[in-house]
Design a protein around this ligand. Structure first.
Ligand code: HEC
Length: 252
């Protein structure tokens, strides 16, 4: 009896207090995303804006090791544009015939260069907190798109009973509310060229669209194939029903 009461208490209290998960969690507000639903597609203009936000802001701390410049053709850039974008970066190559490593402009086949040489250097530069690689971050978090939009827009003044250390910030949606990333975005920070609003909310939505594409670049093909398979199965089921009626039509 006591044991089952204890079990019930644990089952009820753990999700409520979240003590097993390292602090309180607030569910992120739900957004309607261009890519959600069975017919959802990526909005190429939003992808390009999101890439601009990543490139100008997030890339100074976060790597995206799974992406290569040539993947940017998915965003609607043509080969010469991708070549020009890659050429703005330099990467380390080599060794040359003297055995030395050297820098050269990036090519479309190169992976996105990382901001730090290794994880230790990345954590050291960020007060001990490692900025995670963003290639698959949308998949790595529950309700990824909503959650990351919420994190980027969820910084608030810390309540007075909160204990923040140097380099920590209060965020409504971070589990436990303490995050070691300074608010990366604010209104007017990135200059959009297509007339979209230069607001924190718009930046957050666009960078989420970009990160979702990065983690799931074949989503559109997958959804189209799924649709075709369902239509095929429906037609096939109809045909088989007709066949069945025909075959059994003499049996009364
Ligand atoms: C100045 C460096 C810096 C910049 C710029 C920055 N971040 Fe971060 N970010 C961090 C650090 C450090 C962490 C780890 C925080 C922690 O563990 O508390 C982090 C964590 C995150 C997380 C993980 C949160 C979680 O649930 O664990 C996401 C998502 C994220 N950043 C997205 C972004 C995006 C998107 C941008 C650009 C708009 C950005 N960051 C810009 C340093 C940065």
């Amino acid at each position: 009896m006591i044991r089952s009461l204890l079990l019930i208490a644990v089952l009820v209290l753990v999700p409520v207090t979240g003590f097993a998960g390292g602090g309180e969690t607030v569910p992120p507000p739900h957004h309607h995303w261009h890519f959600s639903g069975v017919n959802g597609t990526y909005d190429k203009a939003a992808l390009q804006r999101g890439y601009k936000v990543y490139r100008e802001v997030c890339a100074s701390c976060h790597s995206m090791k799974q992406l290569s410049f040539r993947n940017l053709t998915d965003l609607g850039y043509d080969d010469s544009q991708v070549k020009a974008i890659a050429g703005e970066y330099s990467v380390v190559d080599g060794p040359n015939e003297e055995g030395k490593m050297f820098e050269r402009p990036a090519r479309p086949s190169d992976a996105f260069p990382s901001p730090f040489e290794n994880d230790k250097a990345a954590a050291y530069a960020n007060g001990g907190a490692l900025p995670p690689d963003l290639s698959l971050i949308i998949k790595a978090r529950h309700h990824g798109p909503d959650y990351i939009h919420a994190i980027l827009t969820g910084y608030k003044d810390a309540p007075h009973d909160a204990h923040l250390l140097e380099g920590q910030y209060w965020n409504k949606y971070m589990p436990g509310h303490v995050i070691a990333m300074a608010p990366p975005l604010s209104d007017g920070q990135v200059a959009y060229e297509d007339g979209s609003p230069d607001t924190l909310d718009q930046y957050a939505s666009d960078v989420v669209e970009f990160l979702t594409w990065a983690g799931d670049p074949y989503m559109e093909t997958r959804k189209r194939t799924g649709m075709k398979a369902i239509i095929f199965l429906l037609v096939f089921a109809g045909v088989m029903y007709g066949v069945k009626r025909k075959i059994w039509s003499d049996v009364h």
